[in-house]
Design a protein around this ligand. Structure first.
Ligand SMILES: *[C@@H]1O[C@H](CO)[C@@H](O)[C@H](O)[C@H]1NC(C)=O
Ligand SMILES: *[C@@H]1O[C@H](CO)[C@@H](O)[C@H](O)[C@H]1NC(C)=O
Ligand SMILES: *[C@@H]1O[C@H](CO)[C@@H](O)[C@H](O)[C@H]1NC(C)=O
Ligand SMILES: *[C@@H]1O[C@H](CO)[C@@H](O)[C@H](O)[C@H]1NC(C)=O
Length: 192
């Protein structure tokens, strides 16, 4: 017990991040409950979680704020959650519920919420073109990563992260990839 709070009843940072990216990948809202004590103080353990979540959100704001769901919400047994932006939304319905996948216009963000033990991130739902680029969000800006297309991913991509020193925002296993110029795909997430 710290200040009357059972530490094991406070969500760990990775669980908070997972809930956040799960919510935004489906266009939902994120509600974080911080209970002040009877003197109105925010307890240190809550402050620590808030600040840590805040630094993760700041470092990934491009993949969080003003994003929309992509045509797929999750991948690789729900260890990956997607959001998306478009380069040019002129002519698109501002109330659209998701961004279609078009090679020239769609930017995909993949939040990885479970460290891949083999250092290979599998994204079977991302179909590449010769122009597809993958960048890792890091505290030093974007780090370009190479990808390949192993047969077992049915046309999707695999990204090898073994060669890079990973960001750790701030001390969690979660990280995010920015994927551009993936192939056009017709899929409608509103129809199961
Ligand atoms: C996506 O998430 C749903 C619900 O959690 C799950 O049933 C489904 O298997 C996941 N799909 C992939 C490809 O991970
Ligand atoms: C943005 O999209 C609109 C509608 O498709 C198009 O007319 C316009 O030229 C595009 N602008 C840029 C900068 O690509
Ligand atoms: C793009 O997405 C919207 C929904 O946001 C849908 O109504 C429209 O038909 C889609 N267009 C294409 C070309 O897939
Ligand atoms: C890659 O981009 C170039 C320049 O925009 C374009 O001409 C070419 O068609 C693209 N290649 C593929 C495979 O989409």
């Amino acid at each position: 017990m710290i200040d009357g709070v059972k530490v094991n009843e406070v969500q760990p940072l990775l669980a908070l991040i997972t809930r956040l990216v799960t919510a935004i990948s489906t266009g939902g809202n994120y509600l974080l409950n911080i209970g002040p004590d009877h003197n109105g103080r925010v307890l240190p353990i809550f402050e620590e979680r808030l600040r840590s979540l805040g630094s993760f959100v700041n470092a990934h704001s491009e993949a969080i704020f003003a994003t929309k769901p992509w045509i797929f919400q999750n991948d690789s047994d729900s260890t990956i959650w997607y959001t998306s932006q478009v380069r040019n939304d002129t002519g698109l319905d501002p109330y659209r519920l998701y961004n279609n996948q078009t090679q020239a216009n769609t930017i995909i963000y993949a939040f990885v919420v479970q460290w891949p033990m083999d250092n290979l991130v599998n994204l079977p739902l991302v179909i590449p073109t010769a122009n597809t680029t993958v960048n890792l969000f890091s505290t030093q800006g974007f780090i370009p990563l190479s990808w390949n297309q192993p047969f077992q991913l049915n046309g999707g991509i695999q990204v090898d992260i073994s060669g890079v020193s990973l960001p750790k925002f701030p001390s969690t296993d979660a990280f995010a990839l920015k994927i551009e110029y993936a192939k056009d795909q017709n899929a409608n997430p509103l129809q199961g």
